[in-house]
Design a protein around this ligand. Structure first.
Ligand SMILES: Cc1ncc(C[n+]2csc(CCOP(=O)(O)OP(=O)(O)O)c2C)c(N)n1
Ligand SMILES: [Mg+2]
Length: 326
């Protein structure tokens, strides 16, 4: 289990549990800076999945940041596409690209769009946004790996509200039927979705009993306890004859007191004051060059606007630019 140099087979880096916890904290910080610079994005669900993202991308998954297309890599399907910034900071932290590039989130021309685009960001396996589709893709990839005789694992990250999508259960049924023991799903059970508590919108529990009935092995963990996360992934890799789902109990907005368990922070970005407060709580004010990152994002935006204006000016009939007119 490791970040691997696919040419030599050697580990690139081995993270301890302490180091993973620290990485997750730093990733939360960069995530919030990127959201603040974008002025939009999903704070709550990116913070709840962050510990799992750190464990998976920095420790559990067999992949090579310097060779993202390595045929032997584990595949990770980020089904909950709105949690994209957590995926981006995980890939950046793993070394697929410089972490600070993620601050161009959601800007015109940036590879880091609000939802993941597989042709724009190395390490993104599939473009996602419409909830409920990722598990079907993961099942297809797991079946293909079996047919091709490849030993890689396929991971699929989903939200708990996402479990309301009927397509999830078709895929779950198929995975159980074909005994896809190379498939490991993780559900971010933060109990909230866009409109409020999942149990009020439409109850999805008991997820353990439902997945078990579909032929899956089920592990339930505290999704913010790094030792439990790492152990669960370790166990899941070893289970035979059945797909595995890890139900990770989490807190939406985890790590920032005023975002925790608040549905209102589902699709909202912190303003500058809120960012400073959040980074203060995370103990990151000294470790993240906030001003420089925000400036970089602003310059990226200005250059994109400038290029767009130049393109618009070349259009026939003098079509307008992006700047407001007096
Ligand atoms: C098919 C579909 N319907 C609606 C949406 C809009 N949407 C984006 S996030 C979200 C809530 C998902 O809840 P959950 O899976 O619990 O994720 P969390 O908000 O906890 O991160 C919704 C409804 C979508 N992306 N796709
Ligand atoms: Mg949720």
């Amino acid at each position: 289990m490791a970040l691997r140099d696919s040419a030599t087979g050697r580990r690139r880096r081995q993270y301890s549990v302490d180091e993973l916890e620290d990485a997750a904290r730093l990733m939360r910080g960069y995530n919030l800076v990127a959201l603040c610079a974008a002025g939009s994005g999903h704070a709550g669900g990116t913070l709840s999945i962050m510990d799992i993202a750190a464990a998976l991308y920095l420790h559990t998954a067999e992949h090579d940041p310097k060779n993202p297309d390595w045929a032997g890599r584990d595949r990770i399907i980020w089904s909950a596409g709105h949690k994209a910034p957590a995926l981006y900071v995980a890939l950046g932290m793993a070394g697929f690209f410089p972490l600070d590039k993620v601050v161009t989130l959601r800007k015109l021309g940036s590879p880091f769009q609000g939802h993941p685009h597989w042709l724009k960001v190395p390490g993104v396996e599939v473009s996602t946004r419409s909830l409920g589709q990722g598990l079907s893709i993961a099942v297809g990839m797991a079946l293909a790996a079996k047919i091709d005789g490849r030993s890689n694992k396929v991971f699929c990250l989903m939200g708990d509200g996402e479990q309301q999508e009927g397509q999830v259960w078709e895929a779950a049924m198929e995975a159980g039927h074909f005994h896809l023991d190379n498939l490991i799903a993780v559900i971010d059970c933060n109990r909230l979705q866009i409109d409020g508590w999942v149990k009020h919108v439409m109850q999805v529990e008991p997820l353990a009993a439902k997945y078990a009935a579909f032929g899956w092995d089920v592990l339930r963990i505290d999704g913010h306890n790094m030792s439990q996360i790492v152990d669960a992934f370790h166990q899941a890799r070893a289970i035979e004859h059945r797909p595995v789902v890890i139900l990770a109990d989490t807190v939406k907005g985890k790590g920032v007191s005023f975002m925790e368990d608040e549905a209102g922070w589902h699709g909202k970005a912190p303003n500058r004051d809120e960012l400073d407060n959040a980074l203060g709580e995370l103990g990151l004010c000294e470790r993240i060059p906030i001003v420089t990152l925000l400036e970089n994002a602003k310059h990226f935006q200005m250059e994109a606007s400038h290029n767009l204006d130049a393109m618009m000016a070349r259009l026939p009939h003098g079509s307008g630019g992006t700047q407001a007119r007096p």
